[in-house]
Design a protein around this ligand. Structure first.
Ligand code: A3P
Length: 345
């Protein structure tokens, strides 16, 4: 009898204990996501006015879920109307540079509750057949969002494609342009590594980086090699400056985005007139990946795909030195134009 009573008591204590732990976990989860979600941003609108809107946390969580469903193509037309969701042309574009960290930048900006991203590279302005489909086709490629949110897309080929600045200018002459750059030689090697991996996947052989980057006839840097040309940032930027004033660009330090992303993201928030919402909570270093990963809330976090952060092949140090010497004057010009310097050798 006494044994039965004790068992009953233990059972009751177990249920009470589980309830207490469950409630505690729930509270922690709420607090964890509060910092990111609750204070909804007064975003400076395109007209320059501030829209100050307080949306309760539960509504926001529901809306996030709804946006997720929309992305998966599951939501109903009525829901789109009911929640006043729209597809908007981007108010900011990450124009490049290839291998600069464009994916990391887009994904990290998407941590901000007022930012929605086009998940795929749209290649509207650099691809003639796509461009011929018209601006409504482009808009149709954008995610659903609330009118107060801003849409961002990234297509790194825009930066180096001749026709793109004029085409973007025709769409929106006051659009904000984000360019993420890395030390030019490292970027060129990263570019090469991506192509090499593609060749290896198809069981094809490929030249060594040194053979491509140095002209065997002159022993000088081979400026016909695309990975070298792409890293001459000033040459490309000058073409954009025929259409847009330099103030319309924000240059992100892609090397620092790897080692210490938060300050770079805070500068972008300022440039986009967004209230600061991305915090250290949203970014954690993953030692296995060797990179920062993203934390949306207590349950949802993610690292970038394995194709981001490849191991680069060793490059002959004399070739590295030659390339760095080659890029030096172009880098100086680039610093002068953008009014910011980087720790490039
Ligand atoms: P590597 O593969 O050379 O390391 P992009 O998205 O423009 O193709 O750029 C890819 C680069 O983003 C990678 O180049 C990687 O170094 C960099 N990167 C920056 N932050 C990263 C992150 N948090 N996770 C993975 N890669 C990141």
């Amino acid at each position: 009898m006494l044994f039965k009573q004790q068992a009953l008591l233990r059972q009751k204590l177990f249920v009470l204990g589980s309830l207490a732990i469950g409630s505690l976990l729930y509270l922690v989860a709420r607090v964890g996501s509060l910092g990111r979600l609750q204070p909804i941003c007064p975003i400076e609108g395109r007209s320059g006015s501030h829209i100050s809107e307080q949306i309760p946390l539960r509504t926001l969580q529901f809306q996030r879920g709804l946006l997720h469903e929309l992305r998966k193509g599951n939501a109903m037309i009525e829901q789109i109307r009911l929640h006043n969701l729209v597809q908007q042309l981007p108010q900011a574009i990450i124009i490049g540079v290839r291998k600069g960290g464009t994916r990391a930048l887009l994904e990290m900006l998407n941590l901000h509750p007022a930012v929605v991203k086009a998940s795929q590279e749209v290649h509207f302005f650099d691809n003639d057949p796509n461009y011929a489909k018209g601006i409504e086709w482009y808009k149709g490629k954008m995610p659903f969002s609330h009118p107060h949110q801003i849409t961002i897309e990234k297509s790194p080929a825009y930066f180096i494609t001749e026709e793109v600045p004029e085409r973007i200018f025709k769409m929106n002459s006051s659009i904000k342009l984000l360019l993420i750059v890395r030390e030019p030689t490292t970027r060129a090697v990263s570019d090469y590594t991506q192509v090499l991996e593609g060749k290896e996947r198809k069981n094809k052989t490929y030249y060594k980086f040194e053979k491509l980057a140095i002209d065997p006839n002159t022993c000088e840097v081979n400026t016909k090699y695309k990975a070298v040309r792409t890293s001459i940032y000033t040459k490309h930027l000058e073409k954009w400056l025929k259409y847009f004033p330099v103030e319309q660009f924000h240059i992100v330090d892609g090397d620092r985005l790897i080692t210490d992303p938060l300050p770079e993201l805070q500068l972008v928030e300022q440039f986009l007139n967004l209230p600061p919402r991305i915090s250290q909570y949203n970014l954690y270093f993953n030692a296995t990946r060797g990179f920062y990963c993203l934390r949306f809330n207590i349950v949802f976090n993610k690292c970038l795909a394995g194709s981001k952060g490849r191991i680069h092949p060793d490059v002959d140090p004399s070739v590295v030195t030659k390339l760095r010497k080659f890029f030096h004057p172009f880098n100086q010009k680039f610093y002068q134009i953008i009014g910011r310097t980087f720790n490039w050798p």
